[in-house]
Design a protein around this ligand. Sequence first.
Ligand SMILES: *[C@@H]1O[C@H](CO)[C@@H](O)[C@H](O)[C@H]1NC(C)=O
Length: 351
Amino acid sequence: MLTPKVFTTICIILITFPILLLYHDTLKELSVPYARPIIRPTPQFVASGNSPCLPPTTPEMTEEAVRRHATCRKYSPFTTGKARIATVTAHFGSPSKHYQKAFQSHLLHSLIHGTEVGVMCDAIVDDLWNKPAFILELLMRETMRPEKERLEWIMWVDRDTVILDQCRPISSFLPPENSRFGSWWGRGDRNHDGYNKREVNLLVTNDSNGLNNGVFLLRVDEWAIFLFTAILAFRHYRPEVDLPFTEQSAMEHVIRTEQFKHQTQFVPQSWFNAYDHGGAKMFATREETMDMNDEWVRRGDYLVHFPGHPDKGRAIYEYTEMLKDLPDVWEKATVQRDIGRDVAEFWRNLG
Ligand SMILES: *[C@@H]1O[C@H](CO)[C@@H](O)[C@H](O)[C@H]1NC(C)=O
């Protein structure tokens, strides 16, 4: 529908465009000092804390990233997203070889896609509560930046996760951004807190125990600050509530409340939080997936997560070793599940 606002804008564009073309050269000269690309004044990988938990970026890693980037461009169906995204994780406590290897799979992914990585190397509070504490700290830090330099989304990943498909960008999961037009023309369908009721700010998945917050996507926004403030404070304000999975249970309670449920979107677990079934060797060689549950990983999936795995260290080690030798699933056409169409359909159905 051509609303008066849209009409006016089209007119403005039609009128100003030829003028801009006419003065293009002049403008180019005038704007030289301002035309430099925005370079975020931070390195691509940021470690928080004093302990050195960020593995060094070796020349081998950079070489592998360049090589894989070329393979992904040639064979995978993905386009490069423009959103500023960071993978955020925590690696404190005594370092262990398998978690470092798992972390390296995320660093490689970040090098391939030009995203960022934020890692918490030292604890701030007790145990698992460090996760919401660090996320809140990071959100506040980001929000202090000029809007143009700010991260738009973060993907939290627990340390027991390994990237399986280095070609799939994080942006491929995100809701389509045409909702941005909404914010240009006045913020539209807003509830009393000022949030667009249909805007998705959090993508989470369930497993058989309910919410699993080992991997989730969060829009960097005031909403996220309020959400993580509520999660971090939950045990103090609702001490009577039993939290069998500590901060994960607190998060589950909070995202069910009227204040937060409208911007929270549950998505299928298979998108980015599927679990191992049968081990690394089986993953690489399995031919038939008919009898598999949806939440079990197979070739073509983005990531594998090992919550509650009885032999976690070994499983992670075996997966990382297997992935070194596994030929690219797009190049060799060994993909068993490509959620691409599901993702598009999912957001289309939500309007
Ligand atoms: C997620 O799990 C919780 C707890 O079992 C359940 O109440 C909720 O309906 C589930 N949500 C979805 C979208 O499956």
